[in-house]
Design a protein around this ligand. Sequence first.
Ligand SMILES: Cc1cc2nc3c(=O)[nH]c(=O)nc-3n(C[C@H](O)[C@H](O)[C@H](O)COP(=O)(O)O)c2cc1C
Length: 299
Amino acid sequence: MLSPNELQKLRVPVVAAPMFLVSGPELVVASAQAGIVGAFPTLNARTPEILDAWLLDMAYRIRGAQGTIAANLILHPSNPRRDIDLEMVIRHQVPWIITSVGSPAPVVERVRAYGGRVLADVATIRHARKAIDAGVDMLVLLTAGAGGNTGWLNPFAFIEEVRSFWSGPLAVAGGITTGRQVRAAQIAGADLAYVGTPFIATHESLAADEYKSALCGAGADDIVLTDAVTGIPANFLASSLRDNGIMNADGSLLPKGATDIASWKTAWSAGHGVGSVEAVCSVAQRVDAIASQWLAAGR
Ligand SMILES: Cc1cc2nc3c(=O)[nH]c(=O)nc-3n(C[C@H](O)[C@H](O)[C@H](O)COP(=O)(O)O)c2cc1C
């Protein structure tokens, strides 16, 4: 299991969360260099060969960094890259592996064997228990208001219930944008904050400039939860749903899964915390701000 010492090495207990079509090597490396964990979905590398090159490059560039890197694997059998990407991250001995949409059981021993850590993201108590049974090192609780395929549980309730049966490391995701909130998550019982939306609006992210500026102009009321884009409930900027014909002028939405995953390119996802993301900046600046707010919020 991840020891408190490993977490204390971080400048501030934050993971720049993995985001489809957003997190690439620049964002990941800048995060690790800024002293946090930089995470990315392996599928952002368009081919296994590109993933291989990314992992080599990232490992070289983060040598001596205060932070570290995490690769996110989608474990659902429908992911045609599942096995090959798993072999690749094991071969490169990626320090942290985050599993999504599927049991982490087949991954745990193999990653542990080289000293890696396995995190599993979960949105229900049932899945939290299953991930613990599979032997993961840390749980990531996806809560209501998170960007991407969101959770739905209230974070206070979710953390509290999981804490009644799990004393190991815990990260919480959903709407966290400031150091004060990172501190609040710790007080509520988490060890680490998983932060997505604010890192979309960084120079290093792969997001289009229009996406970044739409995000900086939006507030929580501009976020719409819908399963129309991928069939799974996810949070999106209302303006991008309108622009793609997914949401009508009267606010009505297309039916479940009416589009497909390619729509993530033009339907822009963001979490409820979008209102405090006001400008595009570098990852270093974003982490500086979070770290100083976190320090100011006291231990
Ligand atoms: C554009 C976008 C894409 C995402 N893609 C993934 C993904 O591929 N894998 C994953 O585990 N989570 C994904 N997420 C969820 C994030 O990892 C994280 O849980 C979420 O952003 C946290 O909520 P926040 O955005 O309110 O900080 C995505 C989120 C966004 C905004």
